[in-house]
Design a protein around this ligand. Structure first.
Ligand code: GLA
Length: 393
């Protein structure tokens, strides 16, 4: 029996009904290759969708209720369609609820109730966008079921808004955008100010992207994340002396920034701002070197990105730094960096295909010896953004 057949049986056992009424959708997780903590500063990012993510089975019901279940968590929740509000005890179910709430804000009232079964393959809290994946798959599925347009840029914006306002996490647009708009074998060069984007074939030849999960839970991530955001706002305020129209750090070139950095009063704020402006510059450089297929140069930019996130933006921590140092010590590794918000979560490394096995063994051993935590590794293929699954997988 395929996994999808099993999931459909599971759905019917939980909610009743018949398998023929179940529709299936999938949204991936994402890995960001470079451009970290630049999205909410109006800079550019370079993420890619993964081949694993969240599968959603959904069917209409006739009692005007929403029923939520997951194969990952025991919590099952049933709520009336008319009463979608945030509730701490609803835990993960707040993500799909947030999307229903968001659709309502946008004038889309669901015509009927639905049952949802989520099947998540993204490790929780690993910084691979499991929450964006749930939001985007929910939005895409509900719009499809209701016969509404499924514009994936709009779905990304609405999902981000649900996360910002319903969940209360002030994330930027990168995660939802990548999950909604990814394409197999392509990374997405996204300008987070204008939302102009380009799908760039990611041809890494003999090199593989290897994700390393530190398995360090990202404690306090929201408060530290929001603190970084306000430090960036502070930098903009100070720089307004020279650029009265400035609203986002990403509007400055590296040269403009360097000529005016002294206007930023606080030394910590200055380091945060420098990271942002240099990181955006590194994304631009990455496009130049990747056009020439210069993976070695791209690896160096990945390393520089991590070092800046460690020293200037200070969002890495001992686990991520240990894993990155171990990765860089393995021959055949062109670059290694943290990916996502930081404070734990995952690294991404560019590793020669002949070295992958040794990489996993050596990095695993060194990391475990230094931290006492057992890591996990995923050799990563780049997959498609959100879509409907129409046939048996
Ligand atoms: C998290 C946020 C994104 C982005 C990254 C850092 O993943 O959700 O919007 O800010 O951190 O680059």
């Amino acid at each position: 029996m395929t996994q999808l057949m099993e999931l459909k049986q599971d759905f019917v056992q939980r909610f009743g009904g018949i398998e023929a009424d179940i529709m299936v959708f999938h949204a991936p997780g994402r890995v960001n290759l470079i451009g970290e903590h630049t999205d909410y500063n109006g800079g550019s990012v370079f993420p890619a969708a993964l081949t694993f993510g969240t599968t959603l089975l959904i069917a209409p019901r006739n009692d005007r209720k929403l029923g939520f279940a997951s194969t990952n968590f025991p919590l099952m929740k049933e709520i009336p369609l008319e009463n979608v509000t945030f509730a701490e005890e609803d835990d993960w179910a707040n993500y799909p609820k947030g999307v229903v709430w968001e659709l309502k804000q946008r004038g889309i009232d669901l015509s009927q109730g639905y049952s949802f079964l989520f099947h998540g393959e993204i490790p929780n809290g690993a910084g691979l966008s499991s929450s964006a994946s749930i939001e985007v798959v929910t939005a895409f599925a509900l719009l499809s079921m209701e016969g509404k347009p499924t514009d994936t840029v709009q779905i990304a914006l609405w999902s981000q808004h649900a996360e910002n306002e319903f969940i209360g996490v002030k994330c930027g647009i990168m995660d939802q955008f990548a999950v909604a708009n990814g394409r197999k074998d392509h990374a997405i060069l996204l300008d987070c100010d204008t939302l102009k984007y380009e799908l760039v074939p990611f041809e890494s030849g003999e090199y593989k992207l290897v994700i390393g999960n530190t398995n360090k839970r990202r404690g306090l991530v929201d408060s530290k994340y929001n603190e970084r955001r306000s430090q960036c706002d502070q930098a903009v305020q100070d720089l307004k002396q020279a650029f009265p129209e400035l609203t986002l750090l990403g509007q400055l070139t590296l040269e403009q920034y360097e000529a005016n950095e002294h206007l930023i009063q606080d030394e910590t704020v200055r380091r945060r701002a420098r990271h942002v402006v240099e990181e955006i510059h590194r994304v631009g450089r990455s496009m130049e070197v990747l056009t020439n297929n210069d993976l070695e140069a791209f690896g160096k930019l990945m390393n520089a990105s991590h070092d800046s996130l460690r020293d200037l933006y200070e969002v890495t921590g001992v686990e991520l730094d240990t894993m990155v140092d171990a990765a860089r010590s393995v021959p055949g590794v062109l670059g290694s960096r943290m990916t996502g918000a930081g404070f734990g979560g995952c690294t991404v490394s560019l590793v020669h295909q002949d070295s992958v096995e040794k990489f996993i063994a050596d990095v695993g051993k060194q990391y475990e010896a230094a931290t006492g935590l057992t890591p996990a590794f995923y050799v990563c293929d780049i997959g498609d953004g959100v879509h409907q699954i129409k046939e048996e997988a």
